[in-house]
Design a protein around this ligand. Structure first.
Ligand code: S3P
Length: 444
């Protein structure tokens, strides 16, 4: 529960690389672990955040050989694909820590395997609904038990002998879609998942890259409206080495800082630019932000360098199918809204209430304490700017994205802020505060 004092002022100037994308890192390790047995593959720029390390720990407990040089090169991970059928019954409970992606994706993998496993997590994760994945996986034939009829962890799973399903997801969730597709790889028949608003497509892209045919999917072709993708049972991925792009969700905090601190100019290198994740870039463009994409690589997971500088901002309005493309950026967008000239609105974002914290409540309580003009709605926020924020006592609620969003808000406040529980930023971004200081040499 480390607290931190954050002083305002200065400008953000220089160049940075964010840790490897969290979503892609989880998938690279999990898909390598269930791929056809082969010689080791190397995952470069694997996220050093606690969440992705939990995925590695769980996979090790399932018998996967994983090698990292923690001291010299912590972001290089060497994995020997054992093959799904060679994963072993874990001798102890699998602890997913704070990571919803670890738990939900592993539910999909473990549902395919004819042994007993138990998944748990920290206090926050044990309060997050799992029935969105366990219900369809039970329909496929897995035996899953959990608290409150299978809704909350700890979860126990005994899998194997799955049958394909056609699942219509009532929430656009990449974790749900991914869990079902992963289970579908070993189910009898074709497994399909539909979403009304498409969620991030990293699982589909990586499976495709690993040689699996994904039905109704072409990488890089953005689905319009409704999404329906599938896999054929018996498809076996072949793992390949890869370089994971930087995390756009982590970059968003620094980009926002640069937009609201005068004289800022930042270059963010090698950041992921998958169009199912770049809603934040679209919104800030509409707000008047000027940024350049200096290099763009389309292959596999798209990536590039972004240069951005300070700019007075217009308000924004987001909702509907835009929300899944910027779901993790909403806390920092709320901070931007406090500095924009007019009324910004965020709606259709009720999913934020069941993230690592209730993010709508967490943002609104913190920004209110700083003097912002913010109204909390059941599914979003209304924020009127610009407001000169006041430094005060802020609470991370143990949520990494709330901690980082409030750290950025503190930079434009009058007076210092005390951020309680600041250390949780390391869930996705170890060294976040140090980087922030390093890029603010001209600070008052
Ligand atoms: C993630 C999907 C999103 C996102 C989370 C990571 C993923 O969650 O908020 O940080 O890696 O699949 P949902 O699937 O619950 O929308």
């Amino acid at each position: 529960m480390e607290n931190r004092v954050i002083s305002p002022g200065g400008a953000l100037r220089g160049t940075l690389k964010t840790p490897g994308d969290k979503s892609i890192s989880h998938r690279s390790a999990i898909l390598s672990a269930l791929a056809k047995p082969s010689s080791p593959v190397i995952l470069s720029n694997y996220s050093t955040g606690n969440d992705c390390q939990k995925t590695l720990q769980c996979l090790r407990a399932l018998g996967v050989k994983i090698y990292t040089r923690k001291k010299t090169s912590p972001s290089t991970v060497k994995i020997t694909p054992p093959g799904l059928q060679n994963l072993k019954e874990p001798k102890n409970i699998l602890n997913c820590g704070n990571s919803g992606t670890t738990m939900r994706l592993l539910c999909g993998v473990l549902s395919s395997l004819p042994f007993y496993s138990v998944l748990t997590g920290d206090q926050s994760l044990r309060e997050r609904p799992m029935d969105r994945v366990t219900d369809p996986l039970k329909k496929m034939g897995a035996e899953i038990f959990g608290r409150q009829g299978g809704k909350f962890p700890p979860l126990s799973i005994t899998g194997g002998n799955l049958s394909a399903i056609e699942h219509q997801s009532n929430v656009p969730s990449a974790q749900v879609k991914s869990a079902i597709l992963l289970a579908g790889l070993s189910a009898e028949g074709e497994t399909w998942v539909s979403e009304n608003s498409p969620s991030r497509d990293h699982t589909e892209r990586m499976l495709f890259h690993f040689g699996v045919e994904i039905l109704n999917f072409s990488p890089g072709v953005k689905p319009r409206g409704h999404l329906r993708v599938g896999v054929r049972g018996g498809s076996i991925p072949e793992a390949r080495s890869m370089e994971i792009p930087g995390d756009i969700s982590s970059a968003a905090f620094f980009m926002a800082g640069a937009l609201i601190l005068e004289n800022s100019e930042l270059t963010i290198q090698g950041v992921g630019l998958n169009s199912t994740r770049t809603g934040f870039l679209e919104v800030i463009k509409k707000m008047g932000a000027q940024y350049d994409i200096l290099s763009f690589q389309e292959e596999g997971e798209p990536r590039g360098d972004i240069r951005i500088k300070y700019q007075p901002l217009q308000p924004f309005s987001v909702g509907g199918s835009m929300v899944p493309t910027l779901i993790d950026e909403i806390p920092i967008m709320a901070v931007l809204a406090t500095q924009a000239h007019g009324v910004s609105t965020i709606k259709d974002a009720q999913e934020l209430r069941i993230k690592e914290s209730d993010r709508l409540k967490a943002i609104s309580e913190n920004l209110k304490a700083m003097g912002a003009n913010i109204e909390e709605k059941h599914d979003g926020l209304i924020i009127e700017g610009p407001t000169r924020l006041r430094g005060t006592v802020l609470n991370s609620f143990g949520d990494h994205r709330i901690a980082m969003a409030m750290a950025i808000a503190s930079l434009v406040a009058e007076g210092d802020s005390l951020l309680k529980g600041a250390a949780c930023a390391s869930i996705s971004f170890p060294g976040f505060y140090e980087k922030l200081e390093e890029l603010r040499p001209g600070r008052r």
